[in-house]
Design a protein around this ligand. Structure first.
Ligand SMILES: [Zn+2]
Ligand SMILES: [Zn+2]
Ligand SMILES: [Zn+2]
Length: 475
């Protein structure tokens, strides 16, 4: 095989089931690939555009023999065509019925039944294009924004001002009791009697403060992608150099909302021979390794099963395979080859670089709540918006009458530095959430509950009337 100067992975690892037959002496057709002189105006790329349609390496139309010819490396790394003029308008995919049987070298092992693991499809060769040399098939590569984008608005603009005073409504004892009765009705293990009969002794009102900082950013990654080529226009390097990742326009749908946009980078496409099937459109069946038949699962290939009749054990013909020991492979229908998944039978793939644009809203917050109720509960209830400011970069809040808010605002604004991102906008706000700490007495016991948020949510640990198996405390 070494005379080809190219070793497909399966030729180097004979212990693995090859995705493709080993051909004793493959004949590579001597297709003269014309090497066009690249004009100065064209981008000099490592993949040289071939302007002439080379055509398939071997014909798969032969109905009996599917003899496979392994192309050499240059045929797998050079595009077949890049321009519209030379690309065929329609291609016909390989059809399983067009090949009667697989005539290549078959594998050693027969699968027991149709449960053999399907092999994972490999990626094509990794082409390199100017400006995109790090882009690969393996994983997304983050493309750093150019300096002029990083420098834009990197200093705070816009001052925090006009923080309102919250308009607190009072809470009467009846209001508190009503909120508690509503809460108890929704809790399966709380009885309502205590809520109805208790006496509200005292209500302390206060305001929790919820500060939120949002930073809306954009980041861009690239990744090579391929898809079956079914004919049509190819926007390849012959149309000009590929634009830089941050020069491609992509607008965000809504400020402060996460979104992902995917785009094909112009002038990066080209058509290649499929790297999975080498242009054939089909591969040897992975389940029966080309035999078209698999070992019968019922008789384990012996063709016979045991049967006990009138206390005597007999060997009888297997009913599943009629004594053959083998059954037709369900994956390939018996012809030993399956349609290639890489090219969906077309024999050719179109490679291109995909730009993936992430719009992300990064949110950080801080809650100031000084009663004994759990602080995090404030996050999910309604309050009054007493301050909001949106700017390219916000200035930390200073001089607010709650010092903790000033300190946290500075900390969070400083921490919202998103490397390798474009920062579009920042927004920060303060919500004031009413909190009422209520003391009650019921029978000879006392306790506390909290009514908080505009919707008057309730929190309590001391409710005196629980009747569930988990907390059997019935007063
Ligand atoms: Zn098969
Ligand atoms: Zn059988
Ligand atoms: Zn293929």
């Amino acid at each position: 095989m070494s005379h080809l100067g190219f070793h497909p992975p399966y030729l180097q690892a004979p212990q693995q089931v090859p995705p493709y037959p080993q051909v004793p002496q493959p004949v590579v057709p001597t297709v003269q690939v014309p090497q066009p002189v690249v004009p100065v105006s064209r981008p000099v790329v490592s993949i040289v555009p071939v302007t002439q349609h080379v055509g398939p390496i071997v014909s798969v139309a032969c109905p009996v023999a599917a003899v496979v010819q392994v192309p050499n490396q240059s045929q797998l790394t050079q595009p077949l065509y890049c321009g519209q003029a030379s690309a065929p308008t329609t291609l016909i995919p390989w059809n399983p019925k067009s090949t009667k049987s697989f005539k290549g070298v078959k594998g050693q092992e027969l699968a027991e039944n149709a449960e053999t693991a399907k092999p994972k499809m490999s990626d094509p060769f990794n082409p390199t294009l100017p400006g995109y040399s790090s882009t690969s098939y393996k994983s997304e590569i983050v493309m750093e924004p150019p300096q002029y984008i990083k420098n834009a608005h990197n200093r705070p603009v816009g001052r925090a001002e006009n923080i309102k005073t919250a308009n607190m409504r009072g809470l009467t004892g009846e209001d508190a009791q009503e909120a508690l009765i509503g809460y108890v009705a929704e809790e399966c293990c709380y009885g309502s009697k205590a809520a109805r009969m208790m006496e509200i002794k005292d209500i302390q009102s206060s305001s929790a403060l919820h500060y939120t900082l949002e930073t809306f950013t954009e980041s861009r990654s690239t990744k090579w992608q391929f898809e079956p080529y079914k004919g049509g226009f190819i926007d390849g390097p012959h149309n000009g150099p590929a634009p830089a990742p941050w020069d491609i326009s992509c607008e965000y749908p809504n400020l402060f909302e996460n979104a992902v946009r995917k785009k094909e980078i112009p002038h990066t496409a080209h058509v290649m021979i499929c790297h999975v099937c080498f242009g054939e459109g089909f591969n040897r069946c992975w389940n029966c390794v080309g035999h078209g038949k698999v070992k019968c699962g019922k008789c384990k290939g012996s063709g016979q099963t045991q049967e006990t009749k009138d206390g005597q054990t007999q060997r009888v013909k297997c009913s599943s395979c009629q004594g053959n020991g083998r059954k037709r492979c369900t994956q390939c229908g018996g012809n030993g080859c399956v349609k290639c998944e890489g090219c969906e039978g077309y024999g050719k793939i179109r490679q291109y670089i995909q730009l993936i644009v992430y719009f992300e809203n990064h949110v950080a917050d801080h809650i100031v709540e000084r009663t004994a109720m759990p602080t995090h509960l404030i996050r999910n209830v309604d309050g009054e918006l007493i301050f909001q400011h949106t700017a390219d970069r916000v200035q930390p809040i200073q001089g607010f009458n709650d010092h903790e808010i000033n300190t946290k605002s500075s900390e969070l604004v400083r921490s919202h530095n998103w490397e390798n991102n474009r920062i579009w906008k920042q927004r920060h706000k303060i919500r004031s959430v009413p909190v009422y700490e209520c003391r009650f007495s019921y029978k000879d016991k006392g306790g506390r509950f909290w009514v908080y948020g505009k919707q008057r949510s309730v929190f309590t640990n001391d409710y005196p009337h629980t009747c569930c198996c988990c907390k059997c405390v019935i007063l």
